[in-house]
Design a protein. Sequence first.
Length: 148
Amino acid sequence: MKILLLNGPNLNLLGTRETTIYGATSLGDIEARVRNKALAVGCEVEFFQSNHEGELIEKVQAASRQEIDVIIINPGGYTHTSVALRDALLAVGIPFIEVHLSRVAAREGFRQVNYFSDIASGTISGLGPLGYELALEAARTLYGKKAQ
Ligand code: DQA
């Protein structure tokens, strides 16, 4: 099973960025945790982070050529703005799981606009880095080769 884990803008700053909201774990540490978990269960995971909308879109488009089974994505601030990234996910038709470290529903009004939740297989929000590991577990359960 092949999974693509995408992180959007400013998530490269995890560990130092607004730690009271996003925690002290770096993106590298989160990726290492997911990599270990994936290795243990025989999943292939590719990681990609970008601060650029177009790069994220190109990665989503490439995912269908790479035969990616599931995308796990934290679109960061693009969650609340990007019709184009939404359209890319719809265009490739690969199931995706949306992850947010913070509990977005409890935050500012402008964050209540979300271009992804209604088309995601599911959304995990507010559980910090654990959310990514749970998303991997969900991807395997829902779309793994043995899943019915
Ligand atoms: C975030 C929530 C977004 O509102 C914010 O813009 C982010 C991170 C999260 O993981 O909690 O960059 O996606």
